[in-house]
Structures are given as structure tokens and as C-alpha cells.
Design a binder for this molecule. Structure first.
Ligand code: C2E
Ligand code: MG
Ligand code: MG
Ligand code: MG
Length: 288
């Protein structure tokens, strides 16, 4: 009967929910252990200066080498790390690792800024102390400007006086601030001015569909013009084709990042890329 079917379905749902809850508990336990067991690794994706085609910076992207599950992408564990508060010690580790790497690469290859992602939960936690971070970087002989902190619109919208002071403390130490995934949140343009951001990263959502006559190109052009008027540099995310590269260069975009140039690489492969250089036409040599 329909009633039985309903009961069975209910039974099925609660079993699924039980299983999901169990999986979540397992994953959380494993995530807790991952830091101690050294299962995290930073991968680096080049950020290319469009005018020259040179690798100007790198974005550090977190990878988890799970003993059984293999490599776990951040999208599959960052939300859990945020909910559980584990994002704070994990984010601390990311910062320290990035600083140590920046020190090595600066010594060997000249200036190389490393961008790190800071989640809103981490940023707003009392345990994140910009002064401690900066002191730690100084101990490594790494200047503040070797690190760029990437925050999101989501975070700016929730920002209270406390997080605003943290942003200022980072800025005072020379740490640059980038607004990630721009265009996907609902922040108004006035945030850019109010919070004194250095870089604006246009989300892949807008970059993915740009072509010569598209609305998305018009949108990117407008964002770039506005950002430049406010004194910000622009990074286009998710550049995957030569055409996107060319159109962005023509639009005056400062930097680009995406699979066209390279996916994120482990430190050794990133070094090989730095030594080999990118096989990409400088944007300015492209004629309209
Ligand atoms: P995000 O900061 O916007 O990083 C860019 C993401 O886009 C990366 O995914 C990168 O691999 C991917 N990507 C780059 N170029 C292309 C492209 O041309 N096409 C496509 N389809 N994708 C591209 P990933 O590494 O999986 O990271 C996803 C998100 O996880 C990041 O987005 C960031 O929000 C978060 N995340 C990564 N590492 C960390 C971390 O250390 N801490 C925190 N709090 N969040 C992190
Ligand atoms: Mg980012
Ligand atoms: Mg992004
Ligand atoms: Mg993104």
C-alpha cells in the first residue's frame, strides 16, 4: 500500500542520513589527524602578468593526501574544516608553509609573491593574529609583501570592526589583500574602496564565457576599468583558451590564472615551470 511505501521510504531516508552522518564523523576524525600526520600539501598555480607573459606570482592551493581516499580536493573538506573550526590550525599551517616557500623561491628566483586563501571563519577567529603571522614571516626573512591574503566578498559583507582592524594590520605590515571570486557575492563596489583592497580576482564564472561580442566580455571590461580607477590590479581566474587570454590582455587586465597556463603543481613541478618559463605570447604583442 501507499502507506507501506511511505514507511519504507522513510526508513530508507533515515538510513541514508545515518550513513552520511557517520561518514561525516569519519572524515572529521581523519581531518583532525591529517595535520599531525603531515597529509597536507600546498600546490601552486602560476599567476601570469599579461603584458609580459611572465609568471609573476603563485596561488597556493591546499591538497590533502588521504591514506585511503587518495587526493582530496579542498571543495570536499574545507567546508567541514570551517564548520568544525579546524580551518584555523589548518590555515595557520598553510600560511607558515607559504612563507617558507616564498623565502626559498625569493632567494632563488627573485621576487615571487604567494597568494593564500583565508576563509571567513578563519579570518574572523580570535586565534588569527596578523601580528603573529607577520612576526613569523620576519623570522624567515620573508617581507610582508611576499604574501597576498585572498579573502572573499562573503567575508567582507560579514566583516565587523575586529576583522576590519585585522585587514588594516595586514596592510600595515605590507601584506597585500586580494578579493577572490569577485562577482559571485553581493558586495557593492563601495567595499573595494572602504576596505582598501589591492587586487580583484574576477571569478571564472565570468571569464569562462567571454568571446568577442559577449556580455561577459563587456562585464569584464567594466570591472577592469572600474578597478583601475580605484587603483586596484585585476586578476582574471579560470583562463582556459588563447582567445580569453587575448581578449583580457586587450581589455587591459593585469594578471591571469588558469588551465591555459598551468593547473596547480606541487612545489617541485612549479620550480621546473619557473625554470622553463611559460610558453605563452605576451598579451601586448597581440594585435587587435
Ligand atoms: P579559489 O581560491 O577561487 O581557487 C581557484 C580554483 O580554481 C582552484 O581550485 C583551481 O585549481 C581552479 N582553477 C584554476 N584555473 C582553472 C581553470 O582554468 N578552469 C577550472 N575549471 N578551474 C580552474 P581548487 O584548488 O580545487 O580550490 C577550490 C577552492 O578551495 C579555492 O577557490 C578556495 O576557495 C578553496 N581553497 C583552496 N585552498 C585553500 C586553502 O588553503 N585555504 C582555504 N581557506 N581555502 C582554500
Ligand atoms: Mg583563491
Ligand atoms: Mg577564486
Ligand atoms: Mg573560486
Amino acid at each position: 500500500s501507499a502507506k507501506d511505501a511511505g514507511r519504507n521510504q522513510h526508513c530508507h531516508f533515515s538510513l541514508t542520513m545515518q550513513r552520511e552522518a557517520q561518514e561525516r564523523r569519519d572524515l572529521l576524525r581523519e581531518l583532525q589527524a591529517a595535520l599531525e600526520h603531515g597529509e597536507f600539501e600546498l600546490y601552486y598555480q602560476p599567476i601570469v602578468e599579461l603584458a609580459t607573459g611572465h609568471i609573476a606570482k603563485a596561488e597556493a592551493l591546499l591538497r590533502w593526501h588521504h591514506p585511503r581516499r587518495g587526493m582530496v580536493a579542498p571543495g570536499d573538506f574545507i567546508p567541514l574544516a570551517e564548520d568544525s573550526g579546524l580551518i584555523v590550525p589548518i590555515g595557520d599551517w598553510v600560511f607558515r608553509e607559504a612563507v617558507a616557500q616564498a623565502a626559498r623561491w625569493n632567494a632563488r628566483y627573485g621576487e615571487c609573491q604567494i597568494s593564500i586563501n583565508v576563509s571567513p571563519v578563519q579570518f574572523m577567529s580570535d586565534d588569527l593574529n596578523p601580528c603573529e603571522w607577520v612576526a613569523w614571516a620576519a623570522q624567515h626573512g620573508t617581507p610582508g609583501n611576499a604574501v597576498v591574503v585572498e579573502i572573499t566578498e562573503r567575508m567582507l559583507m560579514k566583516a565587523d570592526g575586529n576583522s576590519r582592524n585585522k585587514l588594516l594590520a595586514f596592510r600595515d605590515a605590507g601584506v597585500h589583500v586580494a578579493l577572490d571570486d569577485f562577482g559571485t557575492g553581493y558586495s557593492s563596489l563601495s567595499y573595494l574602496k572602504r576596505f582598501d583592497i589591492d587586487f580583484l580576482k574576477i571569478d571564472q564564472l565570468f571569464v569562462r564565457n567571454i568571446s568577442a561580442e559577449s556580455d561577459d566580455l563587456a562585464l569584464c571590461q567594466a570591472i577592469i576599468a572600474m578597478a583601475h580607477r580605484l587603483g586596484l590590479k585585476v586578476v582574471a581566474e579560470g583562463v582556459a583558451t588563447e582567445e580569453q587570454h587575448m581578449l583580457l590582455a586587450l581589455a587591459g587586465c593585469d594578471y591571469a590564472q588558469g588551465f591555459l597556463y598551468s593547473q596547480a603543481l606541487n612545489a617541485r613541478n612549479f620550480e621546473a615551470l619557473l625554470e622553463r618559463g611559460l610558453d605563452v605570447e605576451p598579451g601586448l604583442s597581440v594585435t587587435p
